[in-house]
Design a protein. Structure first.
Length: 129
C-alpha cells in the first residue's frame, strides 16, 4: 500500500480486501476484479474531485511570492479544518481564498486572471508561461 493508503485509508482494509481477492481467485472467482472495484471506490485520490489537484488546486498556474503573500494574507486569520489529506488541504485553502474573489478582481486583476485559469492548465503548461 502507498503511504497515503496507510496514513489515511488504512492498510488494514487494503490488506483484508487483497487477501480476500486472492482467496476468491484461487477458488475460481473474480477476486482481482472485485478488489480493483473496491480500491477505485474506496481510496480518496481515485475520485475526480481529488484529481483536480493536478489541474488547479495545487496553485496552478504558478504565482509569484508577492501574489502568494497577498492570497494567503486574505485568509491569514482563518482557521481551516485539520486534515491529513494533501488533496483536501488545497481544496480547503482555495475555498477560503475564493470567498474573496470579488476583492481580488478589483484589487489584483492579474491574480484574478490567473485564478480564472485554474483547472484549465496542467502543471507542465503553467511552467511555459
Amino acid at each position: 500500500a502507498a503511504f497515503v493508503e496507510v496514513e489515511v485509508q488504512g492498510a488494514l482494509m487494503c490488506g483484508y480486501h487483497a487477501a480476500k481477492s486472492i482467496h476468491e481467485e484461487l477458488n475460481g472467482k473474480h477476486g482481482f476484479k472485485h478488489y480493483t472495484k473496491w480500491w477505485k471506490d474506496s481510496v480518496e485520490f481515485n475520485s475526480n474531485e481529488y484529481l483536480r489537484v493536478s489541474q488547479g488546486y495545487a496553485l496552478v498556474p504558478t504565482y509569484t511570492d508577492d501574489e502568494l503573500d497577498y492570497l494567503f494574507g486574505l485568509i491569514e486569520n482563518t482557521v481551516l479544518e485539520g486534515t491529513y489529506s494533501q488533496y483536501k488541504t488545497s481544496k480547503l485553502i482555495w475555498d477560503e481564498i475564493l470567498k474573496y474573489k470579488n476583492k481580488i478582481k478589483v484589487d489584483k486583476p492579474e491574480i484574478y486572471s490567473k485564478i480564472k485559469k485554474m483547472n484549465t492548465m496542467t502543471l507542465t503548461e503553467t511552467f511555459k508561461n
